[in-house]
Write a protein that binds this ligand. Structure first.
Ligand SMILES: Cc1cc2nc3c(=O)[nH]c(=O)nc-3n(C[C@H](O)[C@H](O)[C@H](O)COP(=O)(O)O)c2cc1C
Length: 183
């Protein structure tokens, strides 16, 4: 019988990328594995394909099922882990697009769920610009960002599904713990 107080917490984890080899998906998957005793569903934005947002399309066709599905996924879980790809200093188009749709379906898109906000890139800034944009914007859509983590120089610091730099790995473990404690 489910007891609300001690049932296993559920989270979703996804990358703001549609790359099949997404480094952000690799990072968010690893972070989700560090969250012990939490039920994790790793999602892929390729499974949430939506047309390019336009107000005309919206008034003609309404909202795409896949955007509603992602809003519902957030509704059903206790927390969200996301790692955003940085394209030209901002969200990758695939993420911006589904976020725009989702914000029209549910203005409180992130529904007050605790969030671990992350980014990684091959460069030394580790997606600092996209993290700054998300930190400014997501709370306006009811994101409760409880921890953040940036992994610079992905190709140096990550190998075979893990962060290999000890300090960065410890930092991520701490951030995951902070996130877990907020669930
Ligand atoms: C169009 C484009 C723009 C990019 N702009 C940036 C950037 O502004 N900052 C950065 O750190 N990396 C940038 N990159 C490199 C990405 O960080 C890199 O492709 C990374 O793998 C993207 O994450 P993903 O693998 O999860 O999709 C850019 C890549 C592309 C294709």
């Amino acid at each position: 019988m489910e007891n609300k107080l001690n049932r296993m917490k559920k989270i979703i984890a996804f990358a703001g990328s549609n790359s099949k080899k997404s480094i952000n998906k690799q990072l968010v998957t690893y972070a989700s594995e560090l969250a012990e005793n939490v039920e994790v569903e790793v999602l892929d934005l390729n499974d949430f394909d939506v047309p390019l947002f336009s107000v005309d399309l919206e008034s003609e066709m309404g909202h795409p099922e896949n955007a509603k599905r992602l809003v519902d996924k957030i509704k059903q879980v206790d927390g969200v882990m996301v790692s955003l790809a940085e394209h030209n200093g901002a969200y990758a188009a695939v993420f911006k697009n589904i976020f725009d749709w989702m914000s029209r379906i549910e203005q409180k898109t992130f529904q007050d769920k605790p969030m671990l906000l992350m980014a990684t890139s091959p460069g030394g800034r580790g997606g600092a610009s996209v993290i700054a944009i998300a930190k400014d914007r997501f709370p306006r859509h009811n994101a409760n960002i409880v921890a953040e983590f940036s992994l610079p120089m992905f190709n140096t610091n990550f190998s075979e599904g893990k962060i290999i730099d000890k300090e960065l790995n410890n930092e991520l473990k701490n951030r995951v713990e902070q996130f877990k404690n907020a669930l």
